[in-house]
Design a binder for this molecule. Structure first.
Ligand code: TYD
Length: 215
């Protein structure tokens, strides 16, 4: 079996850029790597992603949204992740179950344990082996992705900051709950520094697991 490594964080944390570098780095170390993302990664899940993220779907109920994320996750897991793990590959996945726990469970207020239940049904035994959480203050992350960074902050922006703060709070709760699985990476740094920290965390994880396998 390979390893399922997930990358998590709020908007603008840089996890997608780090994932690309991490994939190159691990290939250089001799691992066979599959890079993928959620929601999406395969055709059916990309279709579900469009429904979830479509700005016209304003009437979408939060539970419907949560179920759609879980459905997209299930299909992606079955079609792409499980075959890769069975082939002994390292799967790097941009977002996974913790995104649902932090966004839908905590920030949207549906409850972390409720969201865990529907996701347990979706993922079965496939919890991540390691999760890198890229931590950044929402204002800094959002400013990074904001094209016109110095425009005036309006009411919606403030609401959105509150939402993203709640997302971050959700992730903090998950770190408490899964201290061994989730490694925190300070994302308020140059991309090179962040990528190096991520590499270090993954190598440390690989070493421990090799040792355990040797026993
Ligand atoms: P995306 O454009 O992929 O964002 P990012 O580059 O930040 O990963 O959009 C995914 C959005 O969906 C993002 O705002 C987080 C959210 N999301 C959830 O709310 N729940 C989930 O389970 C997942 C996977 C994503």
């Amino acid at each position: 079996m390979g390893y399922l490594i997930t990358l998590e964080g709020g908007e603008g944390a840089g996890k997608t850029s780090v994932l690309k570098r991490l994939a190159v780095f691990l290939e250089q170390q001799g691992f066979s790597v599959v890079s993928t993302r959620e929601p999406g990664g395969i055709e059916i899940s990309e279709q579900i992603r469009k429904v979830i993220l479509d700005q016209n779907n304003v009437e979408m109920d939060p539970r419907t949204e949560a179920l759609l994320y879980a459905a997209a996750r299930r299909q992606h897991l079955v079609e792409k992740i499980i075959p890769a793990l069975e082939a002994g590959k390292v799967v790097l996945c941009d977002r996974y179950i913790d995104s649902s726990l932090a966004y839908q469970g905590h920030a949207r207020g549906l409850g972390i344990s409720e969201i865990f239940s529907i996701n347990k049904f979706a993922i079965d035994k496939y919890m991540p082996d390691l999760t890198l959480y890229f931590d950044i203050q929402p204002e800094i992350g959002l400013a990074r992705i904001e094209k016109d960074g110095n425009r005036e902050v309006n009411r919606l922006d403030v609401e959105s900051i509150k939402f993203h703060e709640a997302v971050r709070e959700g992730y903090q709760m998950l770190i408490q709950q899964y201290p061994e699985r989730i490694q925190v990476i300070d994302a308020d740094n140059e991309i090179d520094t962040v990528a190096q920290a991520a590499q270090k965390a993954v190598l440390a994880f690989m070493k421990i697991n090799e040792k355990e396998a040797d026993r």
